[in-house]
Write a protein that binds this ligand. Structure first.
Ligand SMILES: Cc1ncc(COP(=O)(O)O)c(C=O)c1O
Length: 450
């Protein structure tokens, strides 16, 4: 086998997304109304989501057709390549075979358009004129502004302040796509103004930016909200990556030993691994490994319980591994991984021991990113370097023929300031203190019966 890139023809682009909900060993605990602690009704979600996405959020169907208009936009970059990382293998001296599914080839530079496009599409179909959203590192905001442009809609992005300041080029790209972008906390919403009153120099957090975007959508009739991760329908859309990878590995005659993705809210990892869950339940030995930061160790040190998805407590309660919705993550450079919770689907799989998790220090992941860049030639996003660090760890001392596949969630061409800090030795390792986690967890709602 001498090929380096395995590219499926466009005719092999999946025609349906895979919904893992009916295959989960434990039924997913429902989202709850924060006031009554009873399951939320579809009408409650109707204030901020279109009917098609609400249906997908709760669907018992295993396969959900991808609309033709969405497949047409997907074809701008999909199917994406599965690449054999031979030079990385040589650089670290492993006997394992390492592959990566390259999602950095999308227009926005990450996996995020896989869900941004269908979310914009279903909203356009429902008559929505504008979408409001949050963004951490800027990848999701870029993806949604691209997707809104594809379907002629307006888009407002609340970008976590530290990233807004550290990554001016993301903001420029978002504006170039025709969207508006504000640093969060902003003075545009009640939640933002309250946070600014408490701390005018607030660095912001993903949870707080979500509060702002949800409030914006809930208070404007023509506006809906779009979430870039966490929710079931987002993971559903992201399964296009896992489905393609499965087909690519099959055609190559490869059987994966371990599948790896980084975890912020869990969407790239969830979409990548969910299509392999039925195989695992049928006895396959493939391991599903989630890589997260020590600075935001949700799966490895969070508690599995109900919590809000945002800081202000505007969202329904979700059962997930959480560090507490009041958790303010330190300003590490992998901005897209600084979220207090994780997708309920990924958390349920972790609780049932179908998914493993490992946490990495910031300096170690940038070192992994450097090794990848200097061997494979591509510059990974800081989030993606967590998956690379995990792949390198899995490859060291691996038996000959071990097959390691990771999701390359995005490029780092707009993250050069972070690489500059790394090269200048300015990065610091940070593990979130136990006492802080306990304190934030104390403020979580106490839910009984679920
Ligand atoms: C490149 C990249 N990878 C990964 C993530 C993490 O998000 P998720 O866990 O939803 O895939 C982000 C989030 O912004 C990102 O930009």
């Amino acid at each position: 086998m001498t090929d380096t890139k395995f590219i499926l023809p466009e005719s092999e682009l999946p025609t349906a997304w895979y919904n893992v909900l009916p295959d989960l060993p434990t039924p997913l605990p429902p989202p709850l109304d924060p006031r009554t602690h009873q399951p939320v009704s579809p009408d409650m979600l109707g204030a901020i989501f279109p009917p098609a996405l609400i249906e997908q959020e709760m669907s018992p169907e295993r396969w959900i057709p991808i609309p033709e208009e969405v497949r047409e936009v997907y074809k701008l970059w999909r199917p994406s390549p599965l690449v054999r990382a031979r030079r990385l293998e040589q650089a670290i001296g492993t006997k394992a075979r390492i592959y990566y599914k390259n999602e950095s080839v999308s227009p926005a530079g990450s996996h995020k358009p896989n869900t941004a496009v269908p979310q914009a599409y279903y909203n356009m179909k429902a008559g929505t004129k504008r979408l409001a959203t949050e963004t951490g590192a800027g990848q999701w905001g870029t993806a949604l502004s691209f997707a809104c442009q594809m379907f002629g809609m307006a888009c407002t992005v609340y970008m976590v302040r530290v990233s807004y300041d550290a990554k001016p080029y993301r903001g420029i790209l978002i504006r170039s796509y025709g969207a508006e972008v504000f640093p969060s906390p902003s003075d545009k919403t009640q939640s933002g103004r309250a946070a600014l009153a408490e701390n005018p120099a607030s660095p912001g957090s993903l949870g707080l930016a979500i509060s702002e975007a949800v409030e914006d959508a809930a208070t404007h009739g023509d506006t809906n909200y779009a979430l870039g991760s966490v929710l079931n329908h987002v993971i559903l859309h992201q399964t296009v990556t896992g489905l393609e990878t499965k087909k690519q590995l099959d055609l190559m005659g490869e059987t994966p030993d371990v599948l790896i993705g980084c975890v912020g809210g869990g969407s790239n990892f969830g979409g990548f691994v969910c299509p392999f869950v039925p195989d695992k339940l049928a006895g396959s030995k493939v391991r599903l490994l989630a890589a997260e930061p020590q600075a935001c160790p949700t799966l490895t040190r969070g508690e599995y319980r109900y919590d809000f998805g945002d800081v202000a407590g505007l969202t329904p309660l979700l059962k997930m591994h959480t560090l507490g919705h009041g958790f303010y993550p330190p300003p590490i450079h992998a901005g897209g991984l600084r979220y207090h919770g994780d997708a309920p689907i990924v958390c349920s799989l972790a609780k049932d021991k179908l998914v493993e998790a490992r946490a990495f220090y910031q300096k170690d992941v940038f070192e992994a990113g450097r090794i990848f860049l200097q061997s494979e030639g591509f510059l990974p996003a800081p989030e993606t370097t967590h998956a690379i660090a995990a792949a390198i760890e899995e490859a060291r001392d691996a038996p000959a023929g071990k097959v390691i596949v990771f999701l390359y969630s995005g490029h780092g061409m707009l993250d050069l300031a972070a690489y500059d800090a790394y090269l200048q030795g300015k990065l610091e390792n940070y593990a979130y203190p136990d006492a802080e986690i306990r304190r934030a967890l104390e403020a979580c709602p106490k839910v009984e019966g679920f």
